[in-house]
Ligand binder design. Structure first.
Ligand code: TPP
Ligand code: SF4
Length: 305
């Protein structure tokens, strides 16, 4: 025993997906469509845990899900959850429509690094700019996984992928910096190797009014791990690497590659190459929220002023 309190005080003895998910409720079974060791199983579990613990009304927290492997998390969600699959990269547009139609709702977006920062980059920028009250999860596995492991705008420098068979030489996009520049008001990054932090950020985002961005670094063993060594970015230092062919090695690599925000302040750009800076980057509860501002304008228009 570690002496730590139990991670999930309310953990029920039965498999959580069996009791709450749609396949569980209607077919009394749950099967995972993810590859063995995929981080999305962990994320789905943590998400459901918070959703259940906070007793969220599924009608007021609709899920808007982009296109990517993570879309299968919808099978594990509470059976009563309102869920919609968006076109690739277009989840922010749908979420905006939902929020404007019913401002009591707080849409929760599931998006991938390819979905949100590649194909849907423009939509992401504008939902952040408007500070629409919603939560955006960006699941960053450094790759376009669902379509066969092509290099994404987030692929690490020097990494191998299906479309970068020699090495990725483009600069990577930083979703957090983009969110901050565009105007999101609660901005965080964590990893599946930091599950308690992930749950904490999710809980805080639920209470925050405005656009919350939670980037989660997660392993894709099949398309990223198998092709890369765990010394990515540190080869020049003469560090030997091993192939990241299972989750254990990948999670360990994610942990070693994560630098806390306070620590990162003292590091050079070169030292931060290929690293994931984690932590809370911004909390601003005072910026006006889009649907509330819109309601004020609507009132002025209705009064004919
Ligand atoms: C407009 C459009 N372009 C391309 C595709 C093909 N496509 C489907 S999923 C996907 C990759 C998604 O990658 P990401 O968002 O990173 O999620 P992951 O699969 O890695 O979880 C692509 C390119 C599409 N469905 N629609
Ligand atoms: S391809 Fe990668 S992201 Fe997709 S299910 Fe498999 S491990 Fe997960």
């Amino acid at each position: 025993m570690s002496g730590l309190p139990p991670m999930y005080p309310s953990e029920k003895p039965e498999h959580p997906y069996l009791s709450i998910s749609m396949p569980g409720k209607y077919f009394n079974s749950y099967f995972s469509l993810f590859c063995a060791g995929c981080g999305y199983g962990i994320i789905g579990h943590l998400f459901n845990r918070v959703f259940e613990d906070e007793k969220l009304d599924p009608k007021l927290y609709p899920m808007v899900i982009g296109i990517g492997c993570y879309g299968q998390i919808l099978l594990t969600l509470h059976h009563a959850t309102q869920r919609i699959l968006a076109l690739h990269g277009r989840a922010p547009g749908l979420a905006t429509g939902m929020k404007m139609a019913n401002p009591k709702m707080k849409p929760i977006i599931f998006s991938g690094d390819g979905d949100c920062l590649g194909i849907g980059g423009n939509h992401f920028m504008h939902i952040c700019r408007r500070n629409l009250d919603c939560i955006i999860f960006i699941f960053n596995n450094s790759i376009y996984a669902m379509t066969g492991g092509q290099g994404a705008p987030t692929t690490l420098f020097g990494a191998m992928s299906t479309t970068t068979p020699y090495k990725m030489f483009e600069n990577r996009i930083d979703g957090i910096k983009l969110a901050l520049t565009a105007g999101a008001t609660y901005v965080t990054r964590t990893t599946v190797a930091h599950p308690r932090t992930l749950m904490k950020y999710f809980r805080k985002a639920l209470k925050h009014k405005g656009t919350s961005v939670i980037e989660v670094i997660t392993p894709c063993v099949t398309y990223f791990g198998r092709k890369n060594l765990d010394n990515l970015g540190a080869e020049n230092l003469g560090i030997e690497g091993q192939k990241m062919e299972n989750t254990g090695i990948m999670i360990d690599w994610i942990k070693r590659n994560s630098i806390r925000i306070n620590q990162a302040k003292f590091m050079t750009e070169e030292e931060l190459l290929n690293k994931y800076v984690i932590g809370e980057f911004k909390i601003d509860p005072n910026k006006p929220e889009y649907s509330e501002e819109y309601a004020k304008i609507k009132k002025i228009a209705m009064e004919g002023k």
